[in-house]
Design a protein around this ligand. Structure first.
Ligand SMILES: *Cc1c(COP(=O)(O)O)cnc(C)c1O
Length: 676
């Protein structure tokens, strides 16, 4: 188990150092930590319950031919999140003696995958947990999956006549849909639909609050918000409902201040404003009964507990306390019955349970070898060699002034620029330019050691560390699996899932498989700040380097796209088994290449057939041998049936090397030959 202590002063790197560096003890929320082997350990039921070694799990899944990249969904975590949410509200209700209940719904848009929604419905039943739908397709999911007459079904989004009629009829099926009026003209359609069917739906109204907001989704509230009614519009709506004898069905007030509220003060303001509107609606004669505080309950992605981009300055319990206390006070001072509190918390429920695991295919190397001295080298190259020699001669453990180091680096950069100018003017050949670049990198590399001893590092020299950083090539598409990192600069905790008892001595960022220069992960959590490079390990030749991206269960794969035709990854749902170990409940195979081609309207068989004909022609012309044509067709056919990601053949490699070891042991004559 890891603790929150900062790194020790000894030179031996421990799992505590890793835990501190990657922030696991801050954001892991008792689900993720580091075990003695230096592997990530998952505790799907939180503090109580068994742990799983994530690396071992990945290896066992790979053994079942579930290759990386892989999305591992811990359904126990999903259930635990639901439990924590309900416990927080129940605790607040007790503490403040709130005379009402909490009843949550899951906003389906947050993760619409079948097994996720089904799981939430099943384990949420004990709390009558419901769903929120934001479109007609989501309504279909919600209507058909909710089988608890007490669970709520909040109907948001744009609604046409048939949407509204569906909800009225569903009420007669024994469901509890509440149609939330989000646009001023929706009330007309509700009135018409009620007349057509001769029955009314349960009605809600979404208020456009004018409280201040902040953060990425700040314009979800305020006058220009896309959804919700202004106060005058609410009043007109009330009158229209009254005239049509539908005011008796107005039961819910809804507001939503945007996702990932960073600052709890924003929520408090909104709650006070919404509380007052709720009171007024009551006074105007609506029976009401539900106050829906929308989504926005945030996740502390970096564990810094600050009102910054990747964090929140409140806990789940603070959130529940504020909702309960504010509404209680509002109702009590106005002598109005306290409503059932509803929240539509998506991110807070679904973020933790998915872990995306991917392997590294390779790493860029800085060309810093020192080229041998040639005869008649140009002055520029000689200058660079001299600078390098100065740096190399700095005695170890000397307290050299960092401004001196800065000077060396400035010299190196200047000589490199000189080399470039000379090359442009034709005075320096390509080989000499290459030597100049290599020497500059060699200077940079040589500066790292004295720099780490010199204490304060000037800004420019920080850039030097970054210049030496490596690019780790990840078997992954960020557009498919982490689209928010690209679209809205979201950061997620990213951590190697093993080797955490080893000091990560390299700085790096990740480049994905797509041909898009935006396809990268280059923003990392840093306890309240964002850093462009992550501490990583040097790759080992015979071992996979496996990285986990955490807290991405909400909005990621569901918003991912097929950029460059990278499809969904394999995913698994697992549960802790009774008596230890785990049970694989569902395996969802990722898209094959044939699958993604079909999405784009191609016919994989027809594509193959065209290539077969082309290869026949090539055979006829004598440019392709029959054997090679067959090989080509085999590759293409196999490839269509396989994942869109690079296949991890380390297993095959491992098998080959264990075979080789066997040969060695048995004294096979092959053994003395060097490996092919
Ligand atoms: C997106 C959305 C939610 C979910 O928000 P989270 O921040 O994920 O909890 C809830 N309600 C409405 C109306 C939304 O649009």
């Amino acid at each position: 188990m890891t603790t929150a202590n900062p790194p020790s002063n000894t030179n031996i790197w421990t799992i505590n150092d890793s835990s501190f560096l990657y922030g696991l003890n801050r954001w892991g929320d008792n689900y993720f930590s580091i075990n003695e082997n230096g592997h990530i350990s998952v505790q799907p039921k939180g503090q109580q319950g068994c742990t799983l070694d994530l690396l071992e799990l990945v290896q066992e899944l790979e053994g079942r031919n579930l290759k990386l990249p892989l999305l591992i969904r811990f359904d126990d975590i999903l259930e635990d999140r639901l439990k924590r949410l309900h416990e927080a509200f129940n605790q607040a209700i007790c503490q403040y003696k709130y005379k009402g209940r909490y009843q949550g719904v899951f906003p389906v848009k947050c993760n619409q995958y079948r097994h996720v929604v089904e799981e939430l419905i099943t384990c949420g039943r004990r709390w009558h947990f419901g769903l929120e739908a934001g479109s007609k397709a989501e309504l279909l999911i919600a209507l058909s999956l909710i089988n608890d007459p007490e669970a709520l079904l909040i109907c948001n989004g744009y609604k046409d006549q048939s949407y509204i009629e569906t909800t009225i009829l569903a009420r007669q099926l024994g469901r509890q849909p509440i149609v939330v009026i989000e646009q001023a003209d929706e009330v007309e359609r509700i009135i018409t639909a009620s007349q057509v069917i001769g029955a009314a739906p349960l009605i809600g109204v979404r208020a456009k609050l004018s409280s201040r907001s902040s953060g990425r989704w700040a314009n979800s509230i305020g006058e220009t918000a896309k959804f919700g009614l202004s106060v005058p519009e609410i009043l007109t709506t009330i009158e229209k409902l009254r005239k049509s004898n539908l005011l008796k069905d107005l039961r819910l007030l809804h507001f939503h201040v945007g996702s990932q509220i960073n600052d709890i003060a924003i929520l408090k303001d909104a709650l006070q404003e919404a509380g007052q509107i709720y009171i007024e609606l009551n006074r105007l004669g609506a029976p009401m009964g539900y106050l829906d505080v929308g989504g926005g309950l945030g996740i502390d992605y970096d564990g810094s507990q600050t009102a910054t981009e990747a964090s929140t300055n409140y806990s789940l319990q603070n959130y529940a306390n504020d909702v309960v206390a504010t509404i209680k006070e509002c109702c009590e001072s106005n002598n109005i019955e306290m409503p059932t509190l509803v929240s539509e918390s998506g991110r807070a429920i679904a973020s933790h349970f998915s872990v995306l695991v991917f392997n590294i295919l390779g790493k860029s190397v800085v060309p810093a070898e020192i080229p041998p001295i040639k005869k008649n080298e140009s002055l520029i190259v000689r200058n660079l060699r001299e600078t390098l020699a100065f740096i190399q001669n700095i005695p170890k453990d000397s307290n050299i002034d960092s401004s001196k180091l800065q000077e060396f680096w400035n010299d190196a950069i200047k000589f490199k620029d000189d080399a470039l100018s000379a090359f442009r003017l034709g005075y320096l050949g390509l080989p000499e330019r290459a030597i100049a670049e290599q020497l500059t990198w060699a200077c940079a590399k040589a500066l790292v050691e004295p720099l780490s001893q010199s204490g304060l590092i000037p800004e420019e020299l920080k850039a030097l560390r970054s210049a030496l950083a490596g690019t780790y090539y990840a078997n992954l598409s960020v557009f498919r699996s982490a689209p928010d990192t690209w679209a809205i600069n979201q950061v997620f905790p990213i951590v190697p899932i093993h080797r955490l008892n080893e000091e990560p001595k390299q700085l790096g960022h990740f480049a994905d498989l797509t041909c898009d220069s935006d396809g990268k992960l280059a923003r990392f959590i840093d306890n309240g700040q964002i850093k462009p490079l992550l501490e990583l390990h040097e790759l080992k030749p015979d071992e996979q380097y496996v990285i986990g991206m955490f807290l991405g269960g909400a909005y990621q794969e569901v918003m991912g796209n097929l950029h460059n035709l990278f499809g969904s990854t394999n995913s698994v749902h697992l549960r802790l088994a009774q008596g230890g170990g785990y049970r694989l409940d569902h395996v969802v195979r990722g898209d094959t290449k044939a699958d993604v081609l079909e999405v784009m309207g191609h016919n994989p068989d027809a594509l193959l057939e065209r290539l077969r004909i082309a290869s026949e022609e090539a055979i006829q012309h004598g440019s392709l041998k029959i054997k090679d044509a067959q090989r080509l067709m085999d590759h293409l056919e196999n490839s269509l049936r396989q994942s869109t990601y690079l296949q991890n053949d380390s297993q095959d490699k491992a098998e080959t090397s264990s075979l080789r070891a066997k040969f060695n042991a048995s004294g096979n004559p092959l053994a003395s030959r060097p490996p092919a």
